[in-house]
Design a protein around this ligand. Structure first.
Ligand SMILES: [Zn+2]
Ligand SMILES: [Zn+2]
Length: 248
């Protein structure tokens, strides 16, 4: 009987694939199987973006600096898989807003690969997700950054530690938010947990998207205030890199 049930399931799946062929989550092209096409998989695992030599923000390999160096930034080094353009924006949206956890797992693997091949990031003492406010967590049902941080921790062996809590449910930061308002929105947004044990540690902060960097910056400030030796960062996508803001 179970064999019959499983062949029925297989037939149904084949029929569904015939009517609705699988579509790449990164670019909408038809694929044979899986989540993304070969081109998007390559994008995920080639790590096109480098780091700005002046300030540590993500930066294209051809640009001399990121173009935002003058704004204060508390992290030493931030890596991103790519710019917030296809396929990265589509993949983030599928994961974050449509709850496609399989896409999240793939993004987690790609981030883990990036951390493993970066000498500085892979030497961190702890991996820490940017926390969600409890109200936002209830709405979404999961913290995307925690899932990504867990994948990195599992793959690299760097311990996962949730040092921070979010005290303020800040509005989503967009490129249209003025820098001054962004900072104001985020003031005292994060608190370090009592007895977090961050003293002297190099912490790798994990978030999904770096829009302006203000969120990562505030979280890093709190960690440094708590005694962290330095703070690094890794994100799926960066909205800016080398003075070329993405269209969104
Ligand atoms: Zn694709
Ligand atoms: Zn810079």
């Amino acid at each position: 009987m179970p064999a019959l049930a499983s062949s029925a399931r297989f037939l149904l799946k084949s029929l569904a694939d015939f009517i609705f062929p699988p579509i790449c989550y990164g670019c909408d092209s038809e694929i044979e199987a899986g989540l993304v096409c070969e081109a998007c998989r390559l994008d995920l695992f080639t790590h096109e973006l480098a780091v700005c030599p002046e300030c540590g923000r993500p930066c294209t390999r051809t640009a001399e600096t990121c173009g935002q160096c003058e704004e204060k930034f508390s992290l030493t080094r931030v890596r991103a898989l790519g710019l917030y353009v296809p396929p990265f924006d589509k993949l983030v949206q599928a994961f974050k807003y449509s709850g496609k956890t399989k896409v999240g797992e793939l993004l987690g693997q790609a981030l883990a690969a990036l951390v493993r091949q970066d000498e500085v990031l892979s030497a961190a003492d702890a991996v820490c997700p940017v926390p969600l406010h409890p109200a936002r967590m209830r709405e979404r049902g999961f913290n995307q950054s925690l899932l990504l941080a867990a994948a990195i921790s599992m793959s690299t062996g760097i311990p996962l530690v949730e040092f921070l809590v979010r005290k303020k449910n800040t509005p989503t930061q967009t490129l249209k938010t003025r820098p001054k308002d962004r900072r104001k929105n985020l003031e005292r947004a994060f608190r370090i947990k009592p007895d977090a044990g961050v003293d002297g540690k190099t912490v790798l902060l994990v978030d999904d998207v770096m829009t302006t960097g203000a969120t990562l910056d505030q979280a890093a400030r709190e960690l440094l205030k708590g005694g962290a030796a330095s703070v690094l960062g890794v994100v799926i996508a960066a909205a800016h890199a080398g003075g070329r803001p993405s269209p969104s």
